[in-house]
Design a protein around this ligand. Structure first.
Ligand code: MN
Length: 197
């Protein structure tokens, strides 16, 4: 009597789906979307908050910098996209527009809320830019957990708010007081002084 081997379609499909999910996660782990926050001492101090999308860095200038306190709504003015490689810039910008020291204040990776893959996250980000509302999870050194960028309609197309959502990373700690580069450990003064002459 032949022994029947159970080869039910359902468990196999589930296995295949799990394998596919793992593949997406591994691919994302190899090639995640990145973010950077560059503290920029231009004529007005601000923090340039940049999220990777479609090979560029979508960028917002945040005068007060990001906050971990869900009660804070931080004004974030959308500015020009920057090339992806700009995330590695730390130093002093020459005279002209935006002259002054730039520090890599925080950096890491992000995913869109409820997404795991790069493509799905980018799709959600594109839709979020259209809609004026994008929720995402940051994995940086200073900034962690869920955040949302929300367009502030009354003030115009380029005016957004950055808000921390409530989760275990929310905190009343003033994160802007952590004022050294995550890349080099330098202060703004040290970055500025290193560029003299
Ligand atoms: Mn700037």
């Amino acid at each position: 009597m032949k022994r029947r081997i159970k080869t039910g379609g359902a468990p196999m499909r589930a296995n295949a789906e799990r394998a596919e999910e793992r593949e997406v996660e591994q691919e994302f782990a190899r090639d995640p979307l990145c973010f950077v926050v560059q503290k920029h001492q231009a004529s007005q101090l601000h923090y340039d908050f940049r999220l990777e999308l479609d090979g560029v860095l979508k960028s917002w200038a945040i005068p007060k910098g990001p906050s971990l306190d869900p009660g804070d709504k931080r004004l974030a003015m959308m500015v020009d996209d920057h090339p992806l490689g700009y995330r590695n810039f730390e130093g002093v910008l020459p005279e002209g527009y935006g002259a002054g020291a730039v520090m890599i204040w925080d950096e890491g990776t992000f995913v869109a809320l409820n997404q795991t893959g790069r493509e799905e996250s980018e799709e959600a980000f594109r839709a979020g830019l259209e809609r004026g509302q994008f929720s995402f999870i940051l994995a940086g050194e200073k900034l962690k957990g869920e955040f949302a960028l929300v367009r502030f309609k009354r003030a115009g197309e380029k005016t957004w708010l950055l808000v921390k959502k409530r989760d275990s990373f929310a905190s009343s700690e003033v994160v802007a007081e952590q004022d050294r580069s995550v890349r080099s450990g330098r202060s703004m003064e040290e970055i500025r002084d290193s560029a003299v002459d």
